[in-house]
Ligand binder design. Sequence first.
Ligand code: SF4
Ligand code: SF4
Length: 89
Amino acid sequence: MAKGRVAIVVERCKACGFCVEFCPTKVLALSSAFNSKGYHPPHVVAPEKCSGCDLCGMYCPDFAIYGYKNPVTKNEAPQPEAEEVRNEG
Ligand code: SF4
Ligand code: SF4
């Protein structure tokens, strides 16, 4: 399962390609579809590779994309003795 996800606000995108270029695991590619401004927004081509690092969001000049970590699932949750750190993030 992917560690993270990415959300794309298609209508804000100006197709600069920074998110595609700087994603360390090549999750994104520019789509062949247009948004209403005539730009090709990115789309997700490899969702399983997304770490949720949000580098795409940091490089996007138009706040059109952001990445986030998936919540920790029950099996991956900290052991009871580490319970005090559970509220992080
Ligand atoms: S960095 Fe932002 S504006 Fe540039 S292509 Fe990606 S989503 Fe679009
Ligand atoms: S959050 Fe990180 S891994 Fe996921 S698409 Fe953005 S840059 Fe790539």
